[in-house]
Design a protein around this ligand. Structure first.
Ligand code: GLC
Length: 567
């Protein structure tokens, strides 16, 4: 279980670095920045999709699973990148998007060509609702809403039938009930492993098994559609499908592979089953509970975030997976706003709060993920109008909400906080023109703060967020208690301080994080003993290797270490 010691780094290739001047990041750009990843010390790169794609959902709509999109490069460049990563002792995990394909994938174009096509049953086709005519409002086979607004069904005029798309209409859902679909996917996965990749991050993998009855869902008061997730979230055959993938694809492989299941809505109890090594399904899950704490009924209904809720949530996951199973630890990815703007303070305390949140997360039990740009404390974007946004989720939501009569300024205000585009602005490599990201016109606006927040500037500054991330990665590699230690939450009701211990053998770590802009006093159990402990990591630049102070400065985080007598 090598991946327990590892730190993953997610690359969203479109926004990482552009090697050919077309304004879109690519493999050449990524290959030219491997020094950055090696310097940071990360072990594994998770690469968001680079496969041929119409780019309706920035590559999460795949039209060919076994090639590279020309916008990103070629298979030869991919092979060279993989070899270069391996040469530096890093591994590469691919994004596996198999709940759906693009509607331009040959499987789907064949399926759409005729109800008699042998590929028809590879997707979910249904006639209009009984008693209604195709195309009439409400004639969709179920009342489900798509994740990206509007109905989850699209009418195929030629045949008069609808196909299911839980995401955009250009992302038709594959029918995993069909054994040919599963066999084709297994064979594609083996092809990538044979090429040398080290595993897969499996996109919305707990959506692949659907209740074939496709029942209607409850419709909440005032809503136009229902939430169909009861019929597809952790569906009836999900464990069987994952175990089958494991058997058909991973078992007996010479290389040590990693499998990560992205699982919206997964509970701790489900996660324990999915990640129990004895069941051989996936190595770890990506769960979303802690990224919903600032949301009401929908992600656009933004609420203030309460620290005790975060402790409750993360604490429950620590406890639930303490004996069996494993979790991913993350604040950000290409779907989440920037954490320093969300749970930190991206004004006066940007640097301190980014370091504090990083320390809090990386010292939990689990495998930490760094999403590109998080390691320099990137802020949310500052988009003025809807024309600055690119993400279909944001654009669809805006059109729908404004169409329904909501105030456009209020809709925009929520997008500025929650849009996925916040995480998709280009990586500012330096303070030069276009932040060293591209020589062309970037596909999405560069964050205007790039003269201050960029990789070169932070590399030159020992007190930067970037240097702190490097220390956190190194600490995990040096201190077994970070990886293996038991977790105990302290001060669960404290409104400002997040505190816990990790205990492994005779080593105990105490993690103290001030999640506020005020100085606070801390009262930890056993303070007398901790006052003689060693400070192994601090976030405020004058922290001294032996100091114990009963107060935490604004957004200060500290990791103390002591030896305890076993017995
Ligand atoms: C996952 C991806 C997201 C994508 C969706 C559909 O949640 O992370 O970016 O839009 O699946 O593939």
């Amino acid at each position: 279980m090598w991946w327990r010691d590892a730190v993953l780094y997610q690359v969203y290739p479109r926004s990482f670095a552009d090697g050919d001047g077309d304004g879109i990041g690519d493999l050449a750009g990524l290959a030219s920045h491997l020094d950055h990843l090696a310097w940071l010390g990360v072990d594994v790169v998770w690469l968001s999709p680079v496969y041929p794609s119409p780019q309706d959902d920035n590559g999460y709509d795949i039209s060919d699973y076994q090639d590279i999109d020309p916008a990103f490069g070629t298979l030869a460049e991919f092979d060279a990148l993989l070899a270069a990563l391996h040469g530096r002792g890093m591994r590469l995990v691919m994004d596996l998007v198999v709940n759906h394909t693009s509607d331009e994938h040959p499987w789907f174009t064949a399926a759409r060509s005729s109800p008699d096509s042998p590929y028809r049953d590879w997707y979910w086709w249904r006639p209009p609702r009984a008693g209604l005519t195709a195309g009439e409002p409400g004639a969709e086979p179920t009342n489900w809403e798509s994740v990206f607004s509007g109905p989850a069904w699209e009418l195929d005029e030629a045949s008069g039938e609808y196909y299911l798309h839980l995401f955009s209409r250009k992302q038709p859902d594959l029918n995993w009930e069909n054994p040919q679909v599963r066999a084709a996917i297994h064979s594609m996965m083996r092809w990538w492993l044979d090429r040398g990749v080290d595993g897969f991050r499996m996109d919305v993998i707990n959506f692949i098994s659907k209740d074939p009855g496709l029942p209607d869902a409850q419709v909440a008061a005032g809503a136009s559609y229902g939430d169909g997730s009861l019929a597809f979230l952790n569906g009836p055959r999900i464990h069987e499908y994952l175990a089958e993938i494991h058997r058909e694809v991973f078992a007996g492989r010479p290389q040590a592979v990693l499998t990560v299941g992205e699982m919206p809505g997964v509970t701790v109890e489900d996660a324990r089953l999915f990640t129990d090594p004895a069941r051989a399904e996936v190595d770890m899950v990506f769960q979303f509970e802690h990224t919903s704490l600032d949301q009401g009924d929908t992600k656009w209904d933004v609420r203030p975030f309460v620290l005790q809720d975060l402790k409750k949530s993360l604490g429950r996951w620590q406890e639930g997976l303490a004996e069996v199973g494993w979790n991913s630890l993350y604040w950000g990815n290409h779907d989440q706003p920037r954490v320093v703007s969300r749970y930190g303070d991206d004004g006066e305390h940007r640097t301190r709060s980014a370091k504090a949140l990083a320390t809090l997360l990386h010292l939990h039990r689990g495998t930490p993920y760094v999403y590109q740009g998080e390691e320099i404390g990137m802020r949310n974007a500052t988009f003025a109008g809807i024309e600055d946004f690119r993400d279909l989720e944001s654009l669809n939501h805006y059109a729908e909400a404004v169409g329904r009569g909501e105030d456009p300024d209020a809709v925009l205000a929520a997008l500025r906080l929650m849009s996925r585009d916040n995480a998709r602005t280009p990586i500012p490599w330096d303070a030069s023109q276009r932040a060293g990201f591209t020589t062309g016109t970037p596909w999405i606006g560069i964050n205007p703060d790039f003269a201050e927040v960029n990789v070169a500037a932070e590399r030159a500054d020992e007190g930067s967020v970037l240097h702190h991330y490097r220390r956190l990665v190194a600490l995990r590699h040096q201190e077994p208690a970070v990886v293996h230690g038991d977790f105990t939450m302290l001060l669960p009701e404290d409104e400002q301080v997040y505190a816990f211990t990790r205990r492994h053998g005779d080593v105990e770590l105490l993690v103290l994080v001030n999640v506020s802009g005020q100085e606070v006093a801390v009262e930890v159990p056993d303070e007398e003993a901790w006052s003689r402990s060693r400070l192994v990591l601090g976030t405020v630049d004058d922290a001294d290797g032996s100091a114990w102070t009963p107060a935490l400065r604004p957004w200060e985080a500290r990791v103390h270490r002591r030896l305890v007598t076993v017995g």
